[in-house]
Design a binder for this molecule. Structure first.
Ligand code: HEM
Ligand code: NAG
Ligand code: NAG
Length: 321
């Protein structure tokens, strides 16, 4: 056999083995098929954040909301069709999740840079989340790749599977455990709230009905922005430094300065396991920088489609024809 034929033969065998044994995600998945994929994503994420620093937060959250609904499969990116109402208008996402346009821009750039449709939308979202974290001061980590894209999405699953800011600790933990994640993962991943903003709608009840669990100076600073009624969309930062990845989020929780009810649930001052974890990260910021990436990799590995499951979408908003 000629060399080229041997290579083709080996590649076919490798692909067959990978799909037979359930392919694993790998960091170098695109190193042969699109060597410039990762640098391209990084560049475009950087540009998007320069244009609007909040976009980094939005891209991190996009990955979370993708992964928590039937795994990290790009399902959140699908637009509604005549036959399917997707995840975009589900309660936790509607008017709230952002960054779809940035993913579109990256996808179309990659279709050019890779000379074809190579990089899955689910992988783009995972890499964009990591690049956002790094651009805003977090520690880098290797993103595992090789996810394939879903061909369906479900509004009901999005409504059921994403935790709400009105949950108490047991419900938050039950939700994370239903995704194979632990209390430790809950506390570290909630550190995602070191970035970004929430609308008044989601913290109004805490602001006016939980005054006993809220730092008075902090509460006073929020009142103006989030009145008892109206201004549902008014934004407040989730921690003191909403465009920097740091442990201020945990320090805020220890001072009764959590914006969301669900965040304050992680630190209630009674000395429980969650309290201890919050205290640990608040007092050892370097540990948060160290552990956040590992927790993101774990979240990013939730039931991916691999091998010949799903597809690589040409356009992240629609299933291939
Ligand atoms: C533990 C359960 C969680 C709950 C209940 C929750 C809830 C929320 C809510 C209500 C908002 C504000 C949305 C809006 O105002 O429209 C928000 C924003 C955000 N969440 Fe979470 N979240 C959780 C976990 C996470 C995780 C695990 C991450 C990432 C690792 C994350 C990352 C973010 C980011 C970055 C924002 C700001 C987005 C922006 O400014 O565009 N959240 N979250
Ligand atoms: C989504 O938000 C838009 C704009 O606020 C609103 O008009 C629409 O009714 C919402 N859809 C659902 C399903 O809640
Ligand atoms: C405070 O709680 C009461 C009773 O549950 C509720 O009716 C009211 O709407 C809440 N206030 C705000 C501002 O959310």
């Amino acid at each position: 056999m000629q060399m080229a034929a041997v290579l083709v033969y080996l590649t076919v065998i490798a692909a067959a083995l990978a799909s037979a044994f359930g392919a694993e995600l790998t960091a170098d998945y695109y190193s042969e098929t699109c060597p410039h994929a990762l640098t391209t994503i990084k560049l475009l994420v950087g540009a998007a954040i320069l244009r609007e620093p909040r976009m980094g937060a939005s891209l991190v959250r996009l990955h979370f909301h993708d992964c928590f609904v039937n795994g990290c499969d790009g399902s959140i990116l699908l637009d509604d069709t005549d036959d399917m109402i997707g995840e975009k208008t589900a309660k936790p996402n509607n008017n709230s999740v952002r960054g779809y346009d940035v993913i579109d821009t990256i996808k179309s750039a990659l279709n050019t840079v890779c000379l074809g449709n190579v990089v899955s939308c689910a992988d783009i979202v995972a890499v964009a989340a990591r690049d956002s974290i790094v651009a805003l001061g977090g520690t880098s980590y290797d993103v595992l790749l090789g996810r394939r894209d879903a061909t369906t999405a479900s509004i009901d699953d999005a409504n059921n599977d994403i935790p709400t800011p009105f949950m108490d600790l047991p419900a938050l933990l039950a939700n994370f455990e239903s995704h194979g994640l632990s209390l430790h993962d809950l506390v570290v991943l909630s550190g995602g709230h070191t970035l970004g903003y929430s609308r008044c709608l989601f913290f109004r009840n805490r602001l006016y009905n939980e005054t006993d669990k809220l730092d008075p100076a902090y509460s006073a600073s929020l009142d103006e922005r989030c009145p008892p009624s109206g201004d549902d969309d008014a934004l407040s930062a989730l921690d003191d430094t909403p465009t920097t990845v740091d442990a201020d989020y945990y320090q805020g929780l220890m001072q009764g300065r959590a914006l969301l009810h669900s965040d304050q649930q992680l630190y209630q001052g009674g000395g429980g396991d969650a309290d201890d974890l919050v205290k640990y990260y608040g007092e050892n910021p370097s540990k948060f920088w160290e552990d956040f990436g590992g927790a993101m990799v774990k979240m990013g590995s939730l039931s991916p489609l691999t091998g010949d499951q799903g597809e690589v979408r040409k356009n992240c908003r629609v299933v291939n024809q």
